[in-house]
Design a protein around this ligand. Structure first.
Ligand code: ADP
Ligand code: MG
Length: 290
């Protein structure tokens, strides 16, 4: 039964689903959400590619100390020639692969206005689809301009991590204005919503900020799942791992599985259902990403 539904999903799959993980502000949990969400989808058997489109290379740094030496996304933007699979780094979880940021060079200084790289980002996503991935999660730098703007414009969907703290919440309406502009360039862009991160349930200011965001936005625009502030995430990133592979990571696995299910439910009515492939290792099985 499982293999039949997988075959059907493969035959009818139109293309890879691409989701940009972006926000106006830095330090709100984009990279943490990207890594752990990619791991959650991959554990569920979705062939997932995690792309580090932040010139500062946080996904790569988080997952392997040598990632700065690997060619990656920004090298592709500079010169996409050659077989595409040379950009793809397998991990010890067969359904999860990475594209590191690579040598960002000039891009770190914000080289290139918005639109400059749109054609190449689109070509990149077509090649990802041709490689047979079901899902491409793209961790971006803060802001909605430059290459991040091009990534969002080329993507099917965007999700926005937002730290549950009072000052951060105030920037959300501005962010939505920015997204409105991007949707003019890509009317197909689906805004999956804002995901509250680093929620501190024992701190009134944090829970009040989360409640204030829910008052500010329509319910469908805020994920039900909230990512709690948890030292597990800091410990995992120090060891270069998603939390799901830590022996005591199960409480974070539950949260990211819930976020994965919410995303899948939001994508389904958009005819963007995610195909699933084979079995997956359990949390704790896998102590190394690369
Ligand atoms: N839920 C969380 N609980 C505790 N620390 C977190 C959590 N999410 C992120 N962090 C920490 O906060 C910092 C910023 O997170 P990061 O994911 O790098 O944000 P961004 O990619 O938006 O800049 C990192 O040190 C990370 O380990
Ligand atoms: Mg980051």
């Amino acid at each position: 039964m499982a293999s039949r539904s997988y075959a059907a999903a493969t035959i009818f799959r139109r293309r890879v689903i691409s989701i940009a993980i972006s926000s106006q502000k830095g330090g709100v949990g984009k990279t943490t959400v990207s890594i752990n969400l990619a791991h959650a989808f991959a554990r569920a058997g979705v062939r997932t590619l995690l792309v580090d489109a932040d010139p500062q290379g946080s996904v790569g740094l988080s997952l392997t100390r040598q990632s700065r030496l690997l060619a990656g996304f920004y090298d592709y933007l500079t010169n996409p020639a050659g077989p595409f699979d040379r950009w793809i780094v397998p991990t010890s979880l067969p359904s999860l692969s990475l594209v590191t940021c690579g040598q960002a060079g000039d891009y770190e200084a914000g080289d290139g206005g918005m639109g400059t790289h749109l054609v190449r980002v689109r070509a990149f996503l077509r090649s990802v689809a041709a490689c047979g991935f079901d899902l491409c999660l793209i961790d971006t730098a803060a802001g909605l301009f430059g290459i991040t703007g091009d990534v969002i414009t080329a993507s099917d969907a965007i999700m926005i991590p937002q730290q549950a703290e009072p000052l951060g919440i105030r920037s959300v309406p501005k962010l939505l204005d920015g997204l409105h502009r991007l949707r003019i360039m890509n009317p197909r862009l689906s805004v999956l919503g804002v995901c509250l991160t680093m929620v501190q349930y024992n701190l009134t200011e944090s829970t009040q900020a989360a409640a204030a965001l829910r008052q500010l936005l329509p319910p469908a625009m805020v994920f039900q799942t909230q990512i709690p502030r948890d030292d597990l995430f800091v410990r995992a990133s120090a060891r270069g791992l998603p939390v799901g592979v830590l022996q005591d990571g199960s409480r974070a696995v539950v949260v990211f599985d819930a976020l994965r299910a919410e995303i899948a439910a939001k994508l389904a009515p958009l005819q963007l259902s995610i195909a699933k492939s084979g079995p997956h290792p359990a949390a704790g099985d896998d102590q190394r990403m690369i």
